[in-house]
Design a protein around this ligand. Structure first.
Ligand code: ATP
Length: 371
């Protein structure tokens, strides 16, 4: 990011070499990250990867073991939460049950010594902003989970914080409400422009809401990128495997653009692995292309049999078996059109192509799930 003058824009939030130890266990191992002003960033990763620990360190709720945090040019590394400038929403709604909705939202504002009328006006604006006008007199228990979470959001932004922190805010809600609230939170964030960090283990949530996703695993950052980069250009096998569906095939590297799958030589994306190295080829089911006619002579084409067809609404996922794929098989997503045109069904034989530019090559034989 650069300004019209050409200098790099200064990040709004800067995390430098952050380490967090719990006894001998390192929950965060040397994390560095820049977040720009107004960005919506998601921390995404499996349970225990350290995303909540990182969020809590940024909030000052847990102190890091070493490393620093800067916000708006200010070193906040050692400040208590009360002296940092953020609003936070947790997974559990954490509203005060004995206060009305309006008093919940007004909570922080009341401590500013504002006039009653001014507070009432701001609370009305905030309730309007989260789509719950006229609900101020109710108590939290009279609202649905989704509504309570919107109130929690209103409360978190009431003081116009520089930073909005969201710790799995949607995970306690049912699927329909969750998807709806995704859009609402995202559009609210755009309108008020607050720099936002959200922790989630839900890849779809991260892909649909984030400007940039930080994928974490075992206390390290695996990749930082836009949703499209993370999905289309995964930097590691872990990222490739964690986000979306991915076929993985064990191969041996031949040269910078070729690998051998059993007897078959495949052209793949350029990589830097050494010839002879064990590697994993990864391709998304939707990148597997059915070929009309019989073109197995060309590169990267395989004769396969459909062993199972799985209906997934807008598309079908076919399990393809073929000598080259061994027991693993291959998953391929076919649109309804392709199904009709090619007459695909269980037992059918066909040819598929694995396009070289969609064949990612990663070091090693597989993903190490826990360490
Ligand atoms: P989840 O989605 O399950 O919350 P997470 O990615 O947010 O996972 P963290 O809560 O940040 O994970 O925890 C990271 C690691 O640190 C985990 O292995 C966890 O067991 C450990 N951990 C977290 N808090 C403590 C603590 N207070 N004492 C000891 N270990 C802890």
């Amino acid at each position: 990011t650069s300004t019209p003058g050409g200098e790099a824009a200064r990040p709004f939030l800067r995390v430098c070499n952050l380490v967090k130890a719990f006894g001998p266990f390192l929950a965060l191992k040397d994390i560095s990250l820049d977040v720009m002003e107004g960005e919506f960033v998601c921390f995404l990763g499996p349970s225990g990867c350290g995303k909540t620990t990182l969020l809590r360190a940024i909030a000052g709720l847990d102190l890091q073991t070493s490393g620093g945090i800067e916000q708006a040019g200010r070193d906040i590394s050692l400040l208590p939460p009360s002296q940092r400038d953020f609003g936070i929403v947790f997974q559990s709604y954490a509203l005060f049950p004995n206060l009305t909705v309006a008093r919940n939202v007004a909570y922080g504002l009341e401590s500013l010594g504002l006039k009653r009328a001014e507070i009432d006006r701001r609370v009305a604006d905030l309730l309007e902003l989260v789509g719950l006008p006229d609900q101020g007199a109710k108590y939290p228990s009279q609202l649905s989970g989704g509504q309570q979470q919107r109130i929690a959001l209103a409360r978190a932004i009431a003081m116009s914080p520089g930073l909005l922190l969201l710790d799995e805010p949607l995970s306690a809600l049912d699927a329909k409400v969750r998807v709806h609230l995704r859009h609402e939170i995202k559009s609210l964030q755009r309108r008020i422009g607050v720099t936002t960090i959200m922790v989630t283990h839900d890849q779809e949530e991260a892909l649909s809401m984030a400007d940039r996703i930080v994928v974490m695993n075992h206390g390290v950052i695996e990749q930082v990128g836009t949703p499209a980069e993370i999905y289309r250009e995964p930097a590691t096998l872990f990222v490739a495997d964690f986000i979306g569906a991915m076929n993985k095939l064990p191969v041996r590297v031949e040269d910078a653009e070729h690998a051998r799958l059993g007897e078959t030589r495949l052209q793949c994306r350029p990589h830097a692995l050494d010839p002879g190295a064990e590697a994993t080829l990864a391709i998304r089911p939707e990148d597997v292309v059915p070929v009309e006619g019989n073109g197995t002579g060309s590169a990267n084409r395989f004769a396969v049999t459909i062993s199972e067809m799985e209906f997934l609404g807008s598309f079908w996922r076919a399990w393809l078996a073929g000598p080259a794929f061994g027991a693993a098989g291959l998953e391929a997503d076919f649109s309804v059109n392709a199904i009709r045109r090619l007459g695909l069904e269980e037992g059918k034989q066909l040819t598929v192509e694995l396009p070289a530019d969609r064949l990612h090559v990663f070091a090693g034989a597989g993903v190490d799930e826990d360490g």
